[in-house]
Design a protein around this ligand. Structure first.
Ligand code: DLZ
Ligand code: SF4
Length: 539
């Protein structure tokens, strides 16, 4: 079936430009009149591409065509995503389709419970091609290597994803022959090019980075503002029921769903962050407090990563707040570095290094993921809280992810594939381009130092300094041995001892190895024995 049929004066003027897109009709040929039919083109829009400025949508506007959106089981079960994450994406997709239709787009939307649904992107794109009588597929570069291969296999034309601030080609050019791809230098180059927080060619405030000011523990008397939450509307409620029915046995809780599911809602969440939290985000971005999952963080990564917000507007909002004097520089810079620096950098690295990056395991980690990552049932209070909050909210903030959950996985030598799968499925903001470098590179050092200059390993003292978890834990962060000793301590020194050959030469670990080397031999072997017992218990 051909849905867009019209005579285009532009085609008559320059037929070469449209070769392959137009064909003469039998009728036209018979009548001798040159008429053209514009072949329908299919524009698949994926669940993490919900932006009105999506490049393939701009193209669809110019070239006419059908927008295809597909709810498919395969994306929900490989891996078996958190229930709240599935609900968020499906509800955001349905709302986005509604907005597109209201704006006049021709949207072909396949629902999860459509009896003919083949439940894969490939199957649904094939079916849609058949429905619309076309083989012409135009998509925006996806967020996962696997999906890129599927689209290429179908012969899709892929538009560069211009929603990012740095293109893949620009990142490749920046990476060039550099031995080390350090985020800090990438960040400085991009800030300079985009003129963000710059004054006369120099960084505002005379420094690129205020990280040293951003590591404060959270004093007990600092109150945390309430988190953003909006009540589920009819569409979201239908989706919540669908997810409970279809994916009820997946990890996570559906109760108290309060995420925004539209661009307007996401913009509201961003504005509230800028006005209520950003001012203190800098100071307390590394702090943790028991039963306070949201703290002064933005909680907008899920909106950014599925397209409801754009990085450019988040950066602009934070810079404007600083220039108006509403927030301090360390807060604005710290937030902007996460988006303009870190987010763009990990995306560039992902596409530069895939597909090999996914298989890296530099430290030869082979242990299974302990069951408490699913249940939260462990005596280690910090881990218990971080897993439980992850289960409830499909969210944990970056220090919980890196220095509690990731730290344990690093020290315990858990196999990177299992850890990556866990992070990809439990967090609502996790898509492979952002999850894999953060987990394999930053948390696990599985890439051998391509991304991080050292493994982010820590004992109980770090968690004690940055949180109040230890106060009510059955373990003591100050003890190294004995039943009450914090397990992170033995695991930390055991990790350093076990990976000595690989890590001792790293200048950023010089102090740690100096301390280890000064310890009595018996203490080290006793901690190694304790670590071995703990790891066995946790299996
Ligand atoms: C994560 C996800 C889920 C759970 N479901 C869908 C879906 O039904 N339809 C869809 O288009 N996208 C979904 N997604 C997001 C995709 O997994 C994501 O677009 C790809 O992994 C590429 O990043
Ligand atoms: Fe975590 Fe150790 Fe502190 Fe317990 S004592 S909360 S296990 S760091």
């Amino acid at each position: 079936m051909v849905s867009a049929r019209y005579e285009s004066p532009r085609l008559r003027l320059s037929p070469d430009r449209v070769t392959g897109f137009v064909r003469e009709t039998e009728v036209a040929r018979a009548s001798g009149i040159r008429r053209f039919i514009l072949m329908t083109r299919l524009f698949p829009v994926l669940g993490d591409q919900l932006s009105h400025s999506l490049p393939s949508l701009t193209r669809a506007g110019r070239d006419r065509g059908v927008i295809l959106m597909m709810e498919v089981r395969e994306e929900a079960v490989t891996p078996r995503h958190h229930k709240k994450k599935i609900a968020f994406i499906l509800s955001a997709m349905r709302h986005f389709a509604q907005e597109l239709r209201t704006a006049g787009w021709d949207v072909d939307y396949v629902k999860l419970d459509d009896p003919a649904n083949t439940h894969s992107f490939a199957g649904e794109i094939e079916r849609a091609c058949h429905r619309h009588g076309t083989r012409s597929i135009i998509a925006t570069w996806p967020g996962e290597y696997r999906v890129m291969r599927v689209l290429q296999h179908l012969g899709a034309e892929l538009e560069e994803d211009t929603r990012f601030l740095c293109t893949r080609d620009d990142f490749t050019a920046w990476a060039g022959e550099r031995q080390q791809l350090r985020m800090e230098f990438f960040y400085r180059a991009l800030r300079t090019r985009l003129g963000v927080l710059m004054q006369d060619g120099k960084p505002v405030g005379g420094k690129w980075n205020f990280d040293a000011d951003n590591r404060k523990p959270l004093p007990r008397d600092v109150m945390v503002p309430p988190s953003y939450a909006e009540p589920p509307d009819d569409i979201t409620q239908q989706v919540l029921a669908l997810v409970e029915r279809e994916f009820g046995d997946h990890f996570g809780e559906l109760e108290q769903f309060g995420y925004a599911v539209t661009r307007a809602g996401a913009q509201d969440a961003l504005n509230r962050f800028i006005t209520q939290r950003l001012g203190r985000f800098g100071d307390y971005q590394d702090a943790m407090r028991q039963n306070e999952p949201w703290l002064f963080h933005a909680h907008i990564a899920l909106y950014l990563n599925c397209g409801l917000l754009l990085p450019s507007e988040c950066v602009a909002a934070a810079e404007a707040a600083y220039r108006l004097g509403a927030v301090p520089l360390n807060a604005a810079e710290g937030f902007i570095r996460q988006i303009l620096g870190w987010r763009e950098y990990v995306r560039g690295l992902y596409w530069l290094k895939m597909p090999n990056y996914a298989a890296l395991n530099a430290l030869g980690a082979t242990r299974k993921l302990p069951n408490f990552y699913w249940t939260g049932e462990t005596n280690m209070n910090c881990l218990r809280h971080c897993v439980r909050e992850t289960k409830a909210n499909a969210y944990a903030h970056h220090i919980q992810r890196l220095m509690v959950l990731g730290n344990y996985a690093l020290l315990a030598g858990i196999e990177p594939r299992a850890v990556n799968e866990w992070y990809l499925l439990v967090y609502a903001d996790a898509f492979e381009w952002v999850e894999l470098p953060n987990v394999s590179g930053m948390a696990l050092y599985a890439d051998g130092g391509m991304l991080a200059s050292k493994p982010y390993a820590a004992g109980g003292a770090y968690i004690n300094r940055m949180s109040d978890y230890c106060r009510t834990c059955r373990f003591d962060p100050a003890q190294r041995l004995g039943d009450r000793a914090c397990p992170f301590n033995a695991l930390y020194w055991n990790f350093l001892a076990a990976n000595r050959a690989r890590l001792e030469g790293n200048p950023r670990l010089a102090l740690a190895y100096k301390t280890l080397n000064k310890m009595p031999h018996e203490l080290v072997t006793a901690m190694q024995a304790r670590a071995g017992r703990l790891l066995e218990q946790h299996e």
